[in-house]
Design a binder for this molecule. Structure first.
Ligand code: COI
Length: 362
């Protein structure tokens, strides 16, 4: 697909950009450009992608009746662009994000976008906003592709007009400041997903549904909320915006299996692969809150961590519940999460060999 380019006539000044890149936080600042591709259904009922373009970043003009504003027909992705020491810019497992995006599209009755167009859209935004890719340790340019239903109508049916877009945001630690163990809150009042629902799709509705529980978490001094599956023995599902892993004292890594409710995290799958490469036993299986309590009580739980593109790998220091607090013990020696995090970031930033062919040059 050919992209036309209309570059911003008022990009941020070099000084403003440098000030932002000195402390980007997460999700607060956006680059100078956006990528757009439109999709419409023609008179013969055939849908097609057209008008791929790079535009200056700015507000979206949309009809107030646009379907996304009423029924939430929307999906998104999150991936990062990393600057290597020689100045080149790379992204990580973009084809996995492209595949997941299309899986989400099917679930939300949105059109699929060919993988090569998804990857080219990332190249286009990075080409326009290359100066925004941070070079500091632990920072990257977060890329947010998304797709919204833009047709103006109030009937409940799939939209015949759709807009695919990519925005980019320089990013540091998702939780702000230095990396340190976070406290998480167990939601007993709300569930995130149910069987046959949209749990494994990356759609805005899942995240909107997590917010009431996130408020509860924050009221209890926690950074994230943990959801259980009440229809499956109160098995651990995932956090509000990331997958969760457990390390047992015998070295086994356990993470909830992909049962239709859980997001197919690209970081999740990379952690599993890197753990196998290290010779660790990995188990994708049901992990109930009862097992969590038992393992804290009998001392067989060594580590708990969250992972995701935004969170990378973040240790979880404790789970607070309405009844108790399950503290993760302080690791003796180097924790497993730390070694895997360093290896993962090393691959992404070009200081560790990419033996799995996970990087794509942008
Ligand atoms: C990501 O990790 O990329 C996500 O989409 C999660 C969101 C909480 C930022």
């Amino acid at each position: 697909m050919e992209f036309s380019q209309q570059f911003s006539t008022s990009p941020k000044s070099e000084a403003d950009r440098a000030a932002i890149l000195a402390d980007p936080g997460f999700g607060d600042y956006f680059t100078d450009h956006t990528v757009v591709i439109d999709w419409t259904v023609d008179a013969a009922g055939e849908g097609g992608w057209h008008d791929a373009r790079v535009e200056p970043y700015g507000p979206i003009m949309m009809d107030p009746a646009a379907a996304v504003l009423h029924y939430g027909q929307e999906i998104f992705e999150g991936l990062k662009a990393y600057r290597h020491a020689d100045g080149s810019v790379w992204t990580f497992r973009a084809e996995a994000n492209a595949a997941r995006f299309n899986k989400s599209a099917v679930r939300l009755a949105l059109p699929e976008l060919p993988e090569e167009d998804f990857i080219e859209s990332l190249r286009q935004i990075v080409a326009a906003d290359r100066a925004w890719v941070p070079s500091e340790d632990g920072e990257a340019l977060y890329l947010r592709p998304f797709m919204i239903a833009t047709e103006a109508f109030l009937g409940v049916r799939p939209s015949r007009e759709v807009s695919y877009r990519v925005i980019a945001s320089p990013a540091g630690n998702y939780f702000g400041g230095e990396l340190k163990p976070v406290s998480i809150w167990l939601s007993e009042r709300y569930a995130r997903a149910g069987h046959g629902g949209t749990g494994e799709a990356k759609c805005g509705g899942n995240y909107a549904a997590s917010l009431a529980a996130q408020i509860e978490a924050e009221q209890h001094g926690c950074k994230q909320v943990l959801f259980l599956d009440p229809t499956n023995d109160y098995a651990v599902d995932e956090l509000g915006g990331m997958n969760v892993f457990f390390v047992l004292t015998d070295g086994t890594l356990v993470t909830p299996e992909l049962n239709g409710n859980i997001l197919h995290g690209v970081t999740r799958s990379s952690v599993l692969q890197l753990a196998k490469d290290r010779g660790l036993a990995v188990e994708e299986r049901k992990f109930t809150i009862a097992e969590w309590r038992e393992r804290v009580a009998d001392g067989t739980l060594a580590e708990v961590f969250a992972c995701g593109t935004a969170a990378v790998i973040t240790p979880i220091g404790e789970l607070k519940t309405a009844q108790d607090t399950l503290a993760t013990p302080t690791a003796e020696g180097e924790p497993v999460w730390k070694g895997i995090r360093e290896q993962l970031l090393g691959i992404q930033t070009g200081t560790v060999e990419d033996t799995h062919g996970w990087l794509t040059r942008l």
